[in-house]
Design a binder for this molecule. Structure first.
Ligand SMILES: *Cc1c(COP(=O)(O)O)cnc(C)c1O
Length: 389
């Protein structure tokens, strides 16, 4: 019997649920793209995006997804053959390194397995680079596959006075976990519209410091990706390298109003932190006396605010059950050593306590139905966190 006829829920780490208000804001015919109202709205959205990132630096928007943001940053920062250091903590960091390599950049990887980057190892590596051959240190704030979250200020501190640029992929963390680009000394920040920003996929953003801008044009810079043209634009079409994604800009304006004006950024971060803890509490209870079930990242301080990776026997069967019976879609165990025994629960963007408790309830029902042994009290533990524990 299916109990899934109701509001379907996706708990996958991107694209994340889009609020009805955001969809409605996009639901309009295209206006005159040369008229003043849209140009003014675009400028307002750019200013809000800088507030969101905690920066007064430069911002280049692109029509594209997270992969586009990776390539945009690469095309502006590096020459073919220059060397960068990529700190990898899972599938996304490794994929980013692959893209850099494919673009002709020499990539050195510091691999941390499925743990967040260790500042001490970064400091040691940079100390062995007296000629400053490493042009950038690149890291995902949240690696969405492993469910880890890096300590960006600690990594920046570990860089000391090495001149490398700090480049942070905040695609799965902006609008979920704290980001203070200027205060933390981040040179380049990347994000995309479809995760913490609660919009449909289709927009990518690259914020860059004046130090990064001073790289000028590189051998990899082509007109479409050139961030100088976009960040310094006076005409609307220049920002977007052609026709702006009009309906998306309206959607983003509404989403940023919700985040920045209505809920407030600090409150958004706190909500994510609390809901993440509710998920961890449930998984801990299910795994009590049964180490087959656990939050994959053991150290709570190293866990992501927006997505939790869970190791759980027969996770693929459980995902199919909760989708078919309860109308909930969970994330696949991307990058796990045994993907069929792993899943991910997203608590990202437009996500409230009822949604998280609903997901956890569906998971517990599925474990009962499929006779997956688990400890008692998972939902109680999650409810206690929601209640303020
Ligand atoms: C989702 C994600 C990406 C890739 O984004 P796409 O929009 O799928 O291209 C890159 N990095 C991180 C950390 C992500 O979570």
């Amino acid at each position: 019997m299916s109990l899934g006829y109701g509001h379907e829920h996706i708990a996958i780490p991107g694209p994340s649920p889009v609020p009805t208000r955001v969809l409605n804001a996009a639901h309009r015919a295209s206006p005159d793209i040369y008229a003043e109202p849209l140009a003014a709205l675009n400028l307002q959205v750019m200013a809000q995006l800088k507030r969101l990132a905690g920066t007064r630096a430069n911002l280049a928007p692109y029509i594209g997804n997270g992969h586009a943001a990776w390539e945009a940053a690469t095309a502006n920062l590096f020459d073919r053959g220059e060397t960068v250091l990529v700190l990898t903590s899972g599938h996304f960091g490794r994929s980013w390194a692959d893209v850099l390599t494919a673009c002709g950049v020499e990539v050195e990887r510091l691999d941390f397995g499925n743990a967040p980057a260790d500042p001490a190892r970064l400091a040691a590596r940079l100390a062995a680079d007296p000629e400053s051959e490493l042009k950038a240190v690149m890291v995902c704030q949240i690696d969405t596959a492993s469910g880890t979250q890096a300590d960006i200020p600690a990594l920046r501190a570990a860089m000391g006075d090495h001149p490398a640029l700090l480049v942070v992929d905040a695609i799965a963390s902006l609008g979920c976990a704290p980001m203070k680009m200027d205060e933390w000394g981040v040179d380049v920040l990347l994000s995309a519209s479809q995760k913490g920003l609660m919009c449909p996929p289709g927009m990518a953003f690259v914020w860059f410091s004046d130090k990064a801008a001073a790289r000028g044009k590189t051998g990899l810079t082509t007109p479409y990706w050139d961030w100088h043209i976009r960040a310094g634009a006076e005409q609307l079409w220049r920002f977007w390298g052609g026709t702006p994604p009009v309906q998306q800009v309206y959607a983003l304006d509404e989403a940023l109003r919700m985040i920045l004006e209505e809920e407030g950024l600090e409150a958004v971060w706190s909500r994510h932190a609390r809901l993440a803890r509710a998920v961890w509490a449930a998984v801990d209870a299910w795994g009590a006396g049964n180490d087959g079930i656990r939050v994959t990242v053991a150290d709570a301080a190293a866990r992501a605010a927006s997505v939790t990776a869970v190791t759980l026997p027969r996770a693929d069967e459980l995902r199919a059950w909760v989708a078919g019976v309860c109308g909930v879609t969970l994330g696949v165990g991307l990058g796990a050593p045994e993907p069929s025994g792993a899943l991910r629960v997203a608590h990202m963007g437009h996500c409230n306590a009822a949604m998280v408790l609903g997901v956890l309830g569906a998971m517990e029902a599925g474990m009962i139905a499929l006779e997956i042994p688990h400890g008692p009290g998972g939902l109680n533990a999650a409810a206690a966190v929601v209640a303020g524990g």
